[in-house]
Unconditional design. Sequence first.
Length: 644
Amino acid sequence: MENSSNGIHYIELSRNPIRFDAVSQLTNVFFDDSNKQIFAVRSGGATGVVVKGPNPTEDTVISFCMSDRGGAIRSIKFSPDNQVLAVQRKENAVEFVCFQGDQPMLQDIITHQVKTLIYGFVWVHNREVALISNTGVEIFTVIPEKRQVKTTKALSISIKWFAWCCDANVALLCTTEGNTLLPVLVKQKVITKLPKVDLGHPGREVQESKVTLGQVYGVLAVLILQTNSSDGLMEVEVHLLNGPGLAPRKCHVLRLSLNGRFAINTVDNLIVVHHQATGTSLLFDINLSGEVINEVSYHTPITPGRSIKPFGLKLPSLSPDGQILQCELYSTNWVLFQPNIVIDAKLGCMWYLNLCIEPLCHLISDRIRLTEFLLQRSNGKQMLLKVISQLVDDQYKGTLLPVLETIFNRINKIYASWVHLELQQQTAQPSNVKPNPNSKHSPPPIVLIEQSDMAQIFQTIAQRPYTETILMLYLQSLNRFNIAAQEELSKMIIVELIRNRSFDTLRRLVTYSMLMETKSTACFLLAYSNVDTAISQVAIDMLGKIQAHEIIIEVMLGQGKVIDALRLAKSSLGLDKVPARKFLEAAYKTKDDLVFHSVYRFFQMRNLRLYETLAFPKTEQCTEFIQHYNNTFPVDKAPRPQIS
């Protein structure tokens, strides 16, 4: 396995660890993974307790003293609102201490004793706690004013051990009957048995130390470390709870290709498997394709294993620079909690494990696989845009078109789902109803690459020999997923096509409505009419598609096509709304007597039909054109082409 000698690290510990009193002969340390609180409990005379949460400040650190009567503390956890403290000292009893502010009311301790062996407890509500014992799961309500607890729900079942996932409120129970693993949903006043984990063959025994319970891509995952029967090396079975009524099934296997001690975290939907002997961490993404055998995907690490980034801890010192202690990584003192928590109780530090995206990208040479990877990472967008920018840059000169095409399709498939979902939500809401800011919209994808993002990239390669090809590739990908090209992208494509004199391509794009069809886009096209007459006709075709007849009429009049403009005005605006002066003026400017005569006679016939006279209304201000007509045609014997 490759080590980290070249200095690339894709996993790091949070820069500012939570510091607490280290474990010693007088101090014990406990961690509550539900509230993410760490308890430093110092014994001797009275028991001093210091509690620090995820973001400890002077205001949030809780310090208090308790009596050490009843023996050493085995487990200690606050209720979600920090107002009731549960303390287990005996194997069959839990004490509940109510708080006033941040201080305990030690005279009002409620002791709840049972006849079973308590394995542990979890708070499921501010005043409800679930006890998991060798005989089942029981939810109690703590009633401080009556100094008592009351059973609200119970499940009787013989249990060997349990694991708890606070994010999903699920306890995984290992039962004594057939060594089965049974997930149980535990919420306020609710205990729901879920389908058993399918372990492959009956009677298979799974040790507590080999099981990790967590969430990956929003799905509950049971991760089981086991030895591969064929080569004797370790692997991780990933059983996913795929839906209501469906048994958690082995969907993935992570091939570790190592032996020894392992521990597991999940970071940004990646499964991180730490190997103590080599001091390395392996990354697995179950959403990436793997080798499929009997409907199970077998995965190898995304890259060869590497060490967590070295961490230097600042120590208290009188010197201004302070002293730095290089922490021992993968220490035997480390204890890991889900999803990404590392605690070194002997050092007195609690870290969050974080993913370093950029170094990792340098280790994944397959750009398509890298794209699939980044699309699933919470901070992968900027890195993915950087990857695409590199692929369209001068160094490749358009040589990676097949790779780009696949990447465009990957990002646009996600983009299309989001666009269509947004449209559905907008059309489902009546237009006269204002949107509710508190309404629940579907969350956006983890990484969403929109046209505006791509337009910024394409602007950097404007007017290069291969730019048109790349733009057309992206446009075809949008079209494949029925996404309309937006105005900025459409104008960018128009500029490149005109620059390359690709007028036939431009005409086809407009014919098949592959560009944004708006007045703005059509007028943008018209601005290039001096380059080639074909562009003007393409613009008129687009205006016709959106029935922007008034603009088409103006264009035709500007081109001297007065008769064609008059026909369009008559059919689109109606006879009574065609302005006589505008058309007579345009006809006069052509200096073609035949055109002027035809237009003038058209309006005379219109006047006769509307006003029962050949004369023009004074409001139309046509006096100069009436005089021109009378001077040019004193005896009207000119030919009279019909304007129909």
